[in-house]
Design a protein. Structure first.
Lengths: 115, 112
């Protein structure tokens, strides 16, 4: 069974540009989560999508946005990039579960560097 | 708010040493608790979990017990190996919220 995949592996952008990160969940998983792993700040929750809807959002500005497609894959968009957006962005997927908690399986991440 | 505090690293041990990585939490409600491991160049993997007080999670020789009275979930292993070198994250999740709240991570290096 294929795991969570993310693309690209690395992304280099200039300050002020937009970045688009992609995630494909494990087959059968309907929930997708995005986390930011910035140096010195640890892992922080960004967004949770389930069945195409945004279910929960972390403490990030609106220039961080995303969507989930009918095939449950997801995009994370970061507009007006700032230097501090440089981080490893991790995607995770799980079975649907607002009533309970299902294990989140993580992808290898996309390393975003803003210069 | 909800938060997780981990023992600061890095931690360096010799092979076959006993390992403890401390983790305490603050949560509104009754969280589920997790330990994730991140090997170099890889994403996070769930190592073990516990969903209620006094539960013990275990996997690959690692153990952690959910202690509600001390709000702790310390990770232990009796005899570490070089292959255990990684970054370990303690995390919690509250039912319905789904998101994981992580500690800062502890980098563990095991020397042969």
């Amino acid at each position: 069974e294929a795991g969570v995949t993310q693309s690209p592996t690395h992304l280099i952008k200039t300050r002020g540009q937009q970045a688009t990160l992609r995630c494909s969940p494990i087959s059968g998983h309907t929930s997708v989560y995005w986390y930011q792993q910035a140096l010195g700040l640890g892992l922080q929750f960004l967004l949770w999508y389930d069945e195409g809807e945004e279910r929960n959002r972390g403490n990030f500005p609106p220039r961080f946005s995303g969507r989930q497609f009918p095939n449950y894959s997801s995009e994370l968009n970061v507009n007006a990039l700032e230097l501090e957006d440089s981080a490893l962005y991790l995607c995770a997927s799980s079975l649907e579960g607002p009533a309970g908690f299902y294990e989140q399986y993580f992808g290898p991440g996309t390393r975003l560097t803003v210069t | 708010g909800n938060s997780v505090t981990q023992m600061e690293g890095p931690v360096t041990l010799s092979e076959e040493a006993f390992l403890t990585i401390n983790c305490t939490y603050t949560a509104t409600g009754y969280p589920s608790l997790f330990w994730y491991v991140q090997y170099p160049g890889e994403g996070l993997q769930l190592l073990l979990k516990a969903t209620k007080a006094d539960d013990k999670g275990s996997n690959k020789g690692f153990e952690a017990t959910y202690r509600k009275e001390t709000t702790s979930f310390h990770l232990e292993k009796g005899s570490v190996q070089v292959s255990d070198s990684a970054v370990y994250f303690c995390a919690l999740s509250l039912q319905g919220a789904q998101k994981l709240v992580f500690g800062q991570g502890t980098r563990l290096t095991i020397n042969p």
